[in-house]
Design a binder for this molecule. Structure first.
Ligand code: ARG
Length: 457
């Protein structure tokens, strides 16, 4: 069956058919297509474009198609051109020729735009749930590690002591931005394009607001030409998802690094590791590696659609059919990555001793030494220089700050007192970082309280 063909004298070439059909991937939109059709046919009845009897009959038929597809009683004909054709074919099987009235005042152009908006809206809600679940996991682990001190890094060099909780909360706020961005995007997705028909609108006395209300849309697309060609809402979703994939990839990269023997900061649960076929000792963080690796396809999907759209004249062009696989792939990949990261984070155990040991080398409290002298009245530049000399001295002697006697400290500056010993302890350094958002325990507790509020809202 074809939704067109009246003006054609022969069937399409088999290759042409295969090249242009979309059923292999757009069948995923079946549920949304049926929901959109039910809303549309109710509206046609409501506006007396169809008789109440016709509208009721078609709606009942669509409900039977929906039930039949979900129970497996009905199956899609794999040869069909697209999901719209296929649902209509199944509807004819149910209700006969009256099914042909469903397409009144509608085109596949506004129909596919509608299906896609319904799909993206649902995916946004689901991804937002998954981001919240990951955030909850991060907060829970952070709360358990409010007194675990570890080296914070810049340039992947030990920089300054921070709380593990602080480090984990950084990811919380990154993911929060992802969740917020998706909510922003949702506003622009949440408009109903139905009624645009092919591009110009329709001469039937329809009520697009009626359809929009049935489907829970916030409003209507304001211009019918734009309504059938706009894919910005998909682009925006792909872009937001790509940024989320960056964050997930960064978290994943850190898990890979931290679970290495070299770092040893984290031990992943057996359920989240895989072994090697040759090296019996291996416990590989594949879930994290694949999350990192799969970010690539998520970025590619965005580039893909940007390229599809950039040269298109208005309004609908068949090129737009190429939006779907990129969209589906990104939705699935980011959803899976969020769930995998959550699983790995909740079940991981952190080696707090390894983290403490890592603080004993690399002089991560050197900034504290400089700050100490600044408090005593020295300009920061001068203090920085003295602290640098002490680091050099310790390196030469192969000792840490904690092995210096007070006399040795004083040989670098008379300003040093007994309390320098406490100030250069990692715990002391952390406790001192009381600026808002900083790593001192009360500041991190503040961040956690803020996070809890964000998760409630
Ligand atoms: N398969 C098409 C797509 O995904 C549906 C819309 C087709 N419209 C048309 N005029 N051929 O974009």
């Amino acid at each position: 069956m074809r939704l067109w063909g009246g003006r054609f004298s022969k069937d399409p070439d088999q290759l042409a058919h295969e090249f242009t059909r979309s059923l292999p991937f757009d069948q995923r939109l079946a549920e949304h297509d049926i929901a959109g059709s039910i809303a549309h046919v109710r509206m046609l009845g409501h506006c007396a474009v169809l008789t109440p009897g016709e509208a009721r009959k078609i709606e009942a038929g669509l409900e039977r198609v929906r039930a039949g597809l979900s129970s497996g009683e009905l199956t899609l004909d794999p040869e069909s051109e697209d999901i719209h054709t296929e649902i209509e074919r199944l509807l004819i099987e149910q209700v006969g020729a009256v099914a042909g009235k469903l397409h009144t005042a509608r085109s596949r152009n506004d129909q596919i735009a509608l299906d896609l908006r319904l799909f993206v809206r649902e995916e946004i809600d689901s991804l937002r749930d998954h981001t919240a679940a990951l955030q909850r996991a991060l907060v829970e682990v952070a709360e358990k590690h409010l007194d675990t001190v570890m080296p914070g890094y810049t340039h992947l060099q030990r920089a300054q002591p921070v709380l593990l909780a602080h480090h984990l909360m950084a990811y919380f706020f990154m993911v929060q931005r992802d969740r917020d961005r998706l909510a922003e995007c949702r506003k622009r997705v949440d408009l109903c394009p139905l009624g645009a028909a092919a591009l110009a609108g329709t001469s039937f006395p329809i009520d697009p607001s009626f359809v929009a209300k049935q489907l829970g849309f916030d409003g209507l697309c304001p211009n019918s030409i734009d309504a059938v060609s706009d894919r910005d809402f998909i682009l925006e979703f792909l872009a937001d998802a790509a940024i989320a994939a960056v964050h997930l990839s960064q978290l994943a990269a850190e898990i890979v690094l931290w679970s290495s023997t070299e770092f040893g900061f984290v031990r992943l649960d057996d359920a989240w590791c895989t072994g090697s076929s040759i090296m019996p000792q291996k416990r590989n963080p594949d879930g994290a590696e694949l999350t990192r690796g799969k970010a690539g396809r998520v970025f590619g999907n965005l580039m893909n659609l940007l390229s599809v759209l950039k040269g298109l004249p208005l309004a609908y062009n068949r090129d737009l059919q190429e939006d779907k696989e990129a969209l589906f792939d990104t939705a699935d990949t980011v959803s899976a990555s969020l769930r995998v990261m959550r699983g790995m984070v909740t079940t991981a155990s952190f080696d707090t001793q390894r983290m403490a040991d890592a603080l004993s080398a690399g002089f991560p409290t050197a900034t504290g030494v400089a700050d100490y002298l600044v408090r005593a009245g020295l300009p920061f530049r001068e203090a920085h220089g003295i602290a640098g000399q002490i680091v050099q001295y310790c390196e030469k002697e192969k000792i840490g700050f904690e092995q210096l006697s007070v006399e040795e400290w004083r040989s670098f500056s008379a300003e040093f007192g007994e309390d320098i010993v406490k100030r250069i302890s990692p715990g002391g350094a952390v406790a001192g970082k009381v600026s808002p958002g900083g790593t001192a325990p009360p500041q991190v507790k503040d961040q956690i309280a803020r996070a809890r509020k964000l998760l409630e809202s």
